[in-house]
Design a protein around this ligand. Sequence first.
Ligand SMILES: [Mn+2]
Length: 412
Amino acid sequence: MIFCSIFARTRHRLTSGMEIQYIERIMKFIHLSDPHIGKSVNGFSMLDEQRRVLWQVIGYVQSERPAAVVIAGDVYDRAVPGVEAVRLFDDFLTELAAEGVAVMVVAGNHDSPERLGYAGRLLADRKLFIRGAFDGVAGRAVLSDEYGEVNFWLLPFIRPISVRGLFGDREVSTHGEAVAAAIEAAGVNYAARNVLVSHQFYTGAGAEPKRCESEINPVGGLDAVDVSIIERFDYAALGHLHGGQSVGADNCRYAGSPLKYSFSEVRHEKSVSLVELREKGNLSVSALPLVPLHDMREIKGPLSELISDRVSSLADKNDYLRVVLTDREGDITDPMGKIRSVYPNVMSLGFENAGACVDAAGTGADLERVSSMSPYELFCEFFFEANKYTMSGEQAALVRKLMDGGPADEAD
Ligand SMILES: [Mn+2]
């Protein structure tokens, strides 16, 4: 168990050679999660973006003077992160230490618990509390303010399979049972003030959490944990979901990823949470916005419009873009080259009518009618359903030729 009692924001002032300590009036900390350092999105490295937003967090530490920065898991994108990713996180931690702020970190499902937790017992002396592997008990770090102590419980991501046997004979077959057992084992005194740091998929009664494509979503939500298990904590600093949101009550909150990591997040406003805890029961949370180097957005229209000065000058041409062209697919040669010449960071390019689904029930494809049609007629109908326009003469001729195995008609 990590146990270290330190004063929150103990400041040292030199007055005629004497050191005076004073304690911040209230407990204030910054909650962030899911930085996924080292992640690439559609082949684009996010390292420069990650450095940018992490340094915005440093800026908030300097302006808000919190007692701690809490990182609720998925520090890295991969269990074995690249050298550049490790260097960036090392720089970030060193910068936070220079600000005198405590740092609490738990492993997420993307992290390797042992690698993330390396030297954790030694670093606790430097106010850096890392909980990588779970050994049956949540780690505890204690900070103080004028109202007394605040317990920070550090619970890394756990699966039932990985904690089986840690709780004696207790049956642990679901993620919910695993989390419940871990929290019971912590022996939390709920009369005191407690903050949980946890990386799991928590769900509230009746409310579907907002999910997005950059999270890993197990089939059927088998990893879901009922948020009622953790509602008695004064604040739960959560990680796993990449959209910032509260689950159940306001005191259980996902900070969300600091950057947009998929096009399902283009409308997200990324932020870290600033949490202020006064006496028991007095909590306030606000969002501190994060601004990337390049935004992620979608543009849609005919190619000639999108690459015109009039449209391209409306926003930053270097943004990460999903481009949807409304032109006919066959009408443009090298669409990606043309788009990239104006927007260098295009991540995805598609045509509006491409991949349109044919709804068999909706096409009136009754057996009698279909069975009376020739393969060529069927293909014409299919082509129209898929593309929303009819084949050109040239295309029709080619299809006929392929079907007949003979010379193409002079169709027009
Ligand atoms: Mn994540």
